[in-house]
Structures are given as structure tokens and as C-alpha cells.
Design a protein around this ligand. Structure first.
Ligand code: HEM
Length: 253
């Protein structure tokens, strides 16, 4: 009688019999350097939009207390009555915090990735110098801007770092008074000016790099690119540093 031979051989090592658990596409993309650069670029664009509109909104300071305080109230009333008061503002804040977190995480993990994956130095001396200068500046200017944001929120949003009014209470809705009281402290004003200049340096390099990160880096556009990065950073910085200077000079108060 013929004997039935059954094989109990396992899969040959190295063949594709065992399927790797698939990660969601976006997580898979984020695990690569290209994905992280996209996240840096896109979150950077969103935060550029914030700093520009924040500066433009703050220009209301030059129109007086009523205008600035009403503007802050208007932000709370966004889409009322379709949405309850403050909800849209909180959604925007949530988006901003998420972008900031993703931006920081992508920066941190790109640095780690670069340190592990650079057995060979850049071939071109010029490229090496530019990359090195930009990345070093970005790291420390970014960290100082982050420290500034923490101070800024304690100062003008929560009021714990603000000199309180005559009755000893920080009134959040009195935005104009809070800003003036804050900038009447010379060291605070100097800190705002320095931090905003660093923000400008960060914005300049960041705006320049976005085109590289997103692959829009045809050398033909380099002049346009440099002009846009310089112009954008200059507008934000000039607007922002004008506020503490105007208070210290007694133009606003
Ligand atoms: C001198 C320039 C600036 C002035 C006068 C200013 C003024 C203000 C004021 C008055 C508030 C409180 C608004 C409110 O509670 O209604 C605020 C909030 C805030 N500022 Fe600024 N700001 C300046 C620069 C910046 C910069 C450069 C950044 C970011 C890099 C920034 C980020 C924020 C954030 C994230 C909030 C919280 C927004 C919210 O929770 O609604 N500010 N700022």
C-alpha cells in the first residue's frame, strides 16, 4: 500500500509567506525623512498664517483700547449662533497646539534620523555650510521662540506673569490694558523685541526651506523664494516689534 508522505516543513526563511502588519499610510509616510519634512513644511505654513494674522489683528492697538478689546471679543464670537460662544476659537487653539506639537516632533525626529543616517558628509562644501548654518540657527531660534510663547501666554492669556491692575486682578477681557501694562516693563519689552527678531530669523530660514521640503526648489525661482522669505519675515517682525517700542515711546498707552 502506497504511503502518504505529509510534509511538516515550515516556510523557508526569507520568503514572503508572513505578511507584515500594515501601518496606516500617513504613519508609514511619517516614518520617512520625506514625510517628516512634509509635516514640518505644512505645519510651518499653518503657523506662518497664525503669526501673520495675529500681528495684523494686534495692529488694532493703534486704533485704541475699544478696537483691540472688541477684536478679542469678536474672536470669541466667531460663528455664533451656529456654534456656541468660544467653540471656534478653541478649535483654532486646538489646531495650533497640534501643529506646534507636530512641528516640534518632526524637528526632533529629523535631527535624530540625520545623526544616525549620515555616514558620508555632503559632497559639496557650499551645500554643507548652508545646511549646517540653517539647521543650527533653526534649532536654537526655535527653542527661544518656544520659551517666548510660554512666557507670552503666562503674560497676556493667563495673566500670571502680568503686572496686575489697580485692583490687583488680571482682567482677561481688558486686552489693551494688559498689553500696555506688560510693555511698560522695560526688560519685558526688550525680551519681546529680541524674541521677535529671533522669530524673524526662524521664519526666514523656515520659509526658505519649505520650498525645499515640499520639492518646489527649481533654482530658477531662488530669487523669488529669497524675496518672499525676506518679505514675510520682515513684515511679521516689524509689526510685532513696533508694539513694545510704541508703548515704551509713549505713543500707545
Ligand atoms: C509684540 C507682539 C505680540 C503681541 C502684542 C501679542 C499680543 C497678544 C495678546 C494680547 C494675546 C491675548 C489675546 C486674548 O487673550 O484675547 C495673545 C495671545 C497669543 N499670542 Fe501673541 N502677541 C504678540 C506676538 C506673538 C507671537 C510672535 C506669537 C507666536 C510666535 C504669539 C502667539 C500667541 C498665542 C499662541 C496666543 C494665544 C492665542 C489664544 O489662546 O487665543 N504672539 N497675543
Amino acid at each position: 500500500m502506497a504511503q502518504v508522505v505529509t510534509s511538516h516543513r515550515g516556510p523557508v526563511t526569507g520568503t514572503a509567506t508572513h505578511q507584515r502588519k500594515k501601518r496606516p499610510f500617513l504613519l508609514d509616510l511619517y516614518s520617512t525623512a520625506v514625510g517628516k519634512k512634509y509635516v514640518m513644511g505644512l505645519t510651518g505654513i499653518a503657523m506662518m498664517g497664525f503669526v501673520l494674522f495675529h500681528m495684523i489683528g494686534n495692529l488694532k492697538m493703534y486704533l485704541g483700547a475699544t478696537h483691540l478689546d472688541e477684536y478679542a471679543e469678536f474672536l470669541k464670537q466667531l460663528l455664533v449662533p451656529i456654534a456656541p460662544e468660544g467653540v471656534v476659537l478653541w478649535l483654532l487653539r486646538g489646531g495650533l497646539i497640534t501643529f506646534l506639537f507636530l512641528h516640534l516632533h518632526a524637528a526632533w525626529s529629523l535631527t535624530r534620523l540625520n545623526r544616525h543616517a549620515r555616514p558620508v558628509k555632503y559632497q559639496s562644501k557650499r551645500d554643507y555650510q548652508i545646511a549646517n548654518f540653517a539647521s543650527r540657527t533653526m534649532r536654537w531660534s526655535g527653542m527661544i521662540v518656544l520659551a517666548f510663547i510660554i512666557w507670552h501666554l503666562s503674560d497676556l492669556t493667563f495673566g500670571v506673569a502680568n503686572t496686575v491692575g489697580t485692583d490687583g486682578v488680571f482682567v482677561k477681557a481688558e486686552v489693551y490694558n494688559n498689553v500696555v501694562r506688560s510693555f511698560q516693563r522695560v526688560p519685558v519689552s526688550i525680551f519681546y523685541v529680541v524674541a521677535n527678531i529671533l522669530l524673524g530669523i526662524h521664519l526666514f530660514h523656515g520659509t526658505w526651506s519649505i520650498f525645499q521640503s515640499l520639492g518646489w526648489n527649481n533654482p530658477r525661482f531662488n530669487n523669488w523664494r529669497r524675496g518672499f522669505a525676506t518679505g514675510f519675515a520682515a513684515i511679521v517682525v516689524l509689526g510685532n516689534v513696533s508694539f513694545p517700542i510704541a508703548v515704551m515711546a509713549g505713543i500707545v498707552g
